[in-house]
Design a protein around this ligand. Structure first.
Ligand code: GDP
Ligand code: MN
Length: 405
């Protein structure tokens, strides 16, 4: 589950991570009030208007603007709130339709000169925390080259991207925090601030059961504070039961509408780019099914796990969801009758066919295990244009044959 920048900052701040503070604006009329509140709370003269969508690269697409007075705040809020923002990361990229901006965050300006010397002395770093499965550790990835595309830095100057592996049981050690601050070229007060920053950031990553925390830019201010000027956080959905308050932050408007609906029906659905719809019970079998479709020359259109206790109703819901994709050329139903009885699935297929009406894509069914014979009987007697297959390979070959016409 992805969080918006304003939510991520709120969360990180609970763990003591210093952030660029802000006020959320949902209505254009609130711009003036928000600016007043922000100035009161932070003492900032300038402010930054930042579009809140689930995509990075907002700056490049015109979704982050500096405002030097109330008029500019109003103008930028007016322009950004409600716009279709295109960034390299929104669907279809800069050529795509963009994403509707429903909220903006008005933040304090953290790129200010040193109050004592008047000098500008900021530094943009990159820092993220995630799990390295191969190393069986968490890893802190960081670089002096923050602010811009970290992907480009990693590709062109990989030596500038550092990694600090953290053993999940030992936790982040003092020497590791110091090594990070040192490698970022910091000294004095900034060095100390950075060790504290990393420590709190790691605590947030573990405490919130995050799968990713990414701060870009992680800013050293002119007066040697370290603050999260941007933040991206993804939470592990399997741990959300431990974070009921965070689960409520889920913004369904940012999700694929079909995936949202599938979730309501208890279906585990992920939309993909191919043309073979898949309906499978069990995540492992679903992955194997997608693999074999690909190996046989086809392209799966989705991942769909109907669950171990699938019934006729759920099968029908799954059908409707798969069929919503206009790219679908065939559907492969692959169910192993373990807990579930195959004849129930078969009945579901037949019912769905009748209830939904004009299903005009060919369907290949492979029902094996508990109740397979009865299931075959139901399918055969139904008189529907459903092809049966016995082995998984047969099923995949059959699907590719019908897709090819
Ligand atoms: P992203 O483009 O989606 O990654 O959005 P960011 O939150 O990283 O903002 C984009 C850029 O805006 C940053 O790289 C900064 O250069 C700039 N920016 C962010 N906060 C401030 C600020 O407080 N003051 C100024 N002057 N620029 C800022
Ligand atoms: Mn950023």
């Amino acid at each position: 589950m992805n969080l918006h920048e304003y939510q991520a900052k709120l969360l990180l701040n609970r763990y003591g991570v210093p952030i660029q503070r802000g006020v959320l604006i949902e209505q254009k009329e609130d711009a003036e009030k928000a600016f007043a509140q922000l100035q009161e709370e932070t003492g900032t003269t300038w402010a930054v208007v930042k579009a809140q969508i689930h995509a990075g690269g907002r700056g490049k697409g015109g979704g982050v603007k500096l405002a030097k007075n109330l008029d500019e705040v109003k103008t930028h809020v007016d322009n950004i709130l409600g716009m279709m923002l295109k960034t390299p990361q929104t669907p279809g990229g800069l050529e795509g339709p963009g994403k509707l901006v429903r909220k903006v965050l008005l933040t304090e300006d953290v790129y200010y000169p040193d109050p004592e010397t008047g000098e500008m002395d900021t530094n943009e770093f990159y820092m993220s925390i995630l799990t390295d499965r191969a190393k069986e550790c968490n890893v802190i990835v960081y670089s002096t080259e923050g602010g811009m595309d970290i992907e480009e830095v990693a590709e062109k100057t990989p030596h500038l991207v550092h990694k600090e592996y953290v053993h999940p049981h030992l936790g982040l050690q003092g020497f590791q925090m110091r090594r990070i601050a040192f490698n970022l070229g910091l000294s004095g007060a900034a060095y100390k601030s950075m060790t504290k920053f990393v420590n709190s950031l790691y605590a947030a990553f573990v405490g919130a059961d995050a799968s990713l925390v990414e701060i870009n830019p992680c800013l050293k201010t002119s007066d040697n504070k370290i603050v999260a000027a941007d933040s991206k956080v993804s939470l592990d959905e399997n741990a959300l039961y431990r974070h009921k308050d965070l689960a409520e932050w889920n913004d369904e408007t940012e999700e694929d509408p079909t995936e949202v609906e599938a979730k309501k029906y208890g279906l585990n659905f992920v939309k993909l780019d191919g043309n073979v719809g898949c309906m499978v019970n069990g995540a492992g079998l679903a992955m194997a099914t997608m693999d074999i479709i690909k190996l046989s020359g086809g392209e799966p259109a989705n991942f769909l796990d109907v669950g171990g206790t699938a019934d006729a109703q759920r099968v029908e819901n799954a059908f409707r969801i798969i069929l919503r994709d206009p790219a679908i050329k065939a559907i492969l139903i692959n169910v192993f009758g373990g807990i579930v009885r195959c004849e129930r699935i078969a009945q579901g297929v037949v019912d769905a066919y009748k209830n939904i009406g004009d299903i005009n894509v060919p369907i290949v069914v492979r029902l094996q295990g508990n109740g397979a014979d009865k299931a075959k009987g139901i399918i055969d007697e139904s008189g529907l244009a459903v092809h049966s297959a016995v082995t998984l390979q047969e099923a995949a070959d059959l699907v590719n044959k019908v897709v090819a016409g």
